[in-house]
Design a protein around this ligand. Structure first.
Ligand SMILES: Cc1ncc(COP(=O)(O)O)c(C=O)c1O
Length: 245
């Protein structure tokens, strides 16, 4: 494995720029995670990988915005954020990659098994797939992925603007790498962050404690979360700052 770029030194606050990638032209593939949920960073444009296939884990931002599918050779995504219940994984695979699959893999790990059997080699999670169908119908009513993207952008902008409007809140990710799914920010002290999360929970704004590995506050605003929920959070933030700032 060749690590093409790491943002560890800066505390994972951004995605790497194209000229920071040390790509191996002979690599089998280049892997990215399109949205990273812990630090709240998201790729806004795909890296250029030339002839090397681009493979992505899109679990946490799939269906949140349109994607230029032709840039990817393989996308995989767990359903549990924007698509439906956990237990279903979506794989979008470019046909020509099937030829590169080595023989001798375990039957279930060989994508040819699933392609040849129309994803019905085993008994799939029918309930999960049914729910995904309902979610896709709901997305169509919202104007498809473009409509969803507009709504997600409005939600994220509202929240980032509230963070940027004051020194009390400090956004974690660099402005050009900010995730529209997971908005991460800090308060002046860890004690205040604890108090913020506890008081928010008491007001019905749950799940705002940051990931245990980084702390701080994280608002996950996936597709299913309505604009009104973000508006409620923003008014809570203003109130909290007034009382504690
Ligand atoms: C980008 C990404 N990949 C993978 C996972 C983990 O998925 P699973 O719990 O299905 O392994 C997550 C979180 O659910 C995620 O956000």
């Amino acid at each position: 494995m060749n690590i093409a770029a790491t943002m560890a030194d800066g505390g994972f606050t951004r995605v790497p720029a194209q000229d920071e990638l040390r790509l191996d032209p002979h690599a089998a593939y280049v892997h990215i995670t399109t949205n990273e949920t812990i630090e709240g960073v998201e790729w806004s444009n795909e890296p250029e990988t030339g002839a090397v296939p681009l493979v992505a884990d899109a679990s946490s931002d799939i269906l949140s915005h349109p994607i230029p599918i032709e840039k990817y050779s393989l996308i995989y995504a767990g359903a549990q954020k924007n698509m439906g219940p956990s237990g279903v994984t979506l794989v979008i695979l470019r046909d020509d990659l099937l030829q590169r699959i080595p023989d001798g893999l375990h039957t279930m790990l060989d994508y040819r098994t699933h392609v040849e059997n129309k994803s019905l080699y085993n008994t799939p999670n029918t309930w999960g797939i049914y729910i995904i169908d309902l979610v896709c119908r709901w997305l169509k009513e919202k104007g498809g992925l473009q409509g969803m993207h507009r709504e997600n952008t409005a939600k994220a902008t509202l929240l980032y603007d509230a963070i940027d409007a004051t020194d009390f809140y400090r956004g974690h990710a660099d402005a050009d790498s900010r995730s529209i799914m997971n908005v991460t920010f800090r308060l002046p002290s860890e004690d205040l962050e604890k108090k913020f999360a506890a008081e928010a929970t008491a007001q019905g704004l749950d799940g705002l404690k940051g990931h245990r590995s980084v702390g701080g506050i994280r608002a996950s605003i996936y597709n299913a979360l309505p604009l009104e929920a973000v508006e409620a959070l923003v008014s809570f933030m203003k109130e909290f700052e007034r009382a504690n700032g």
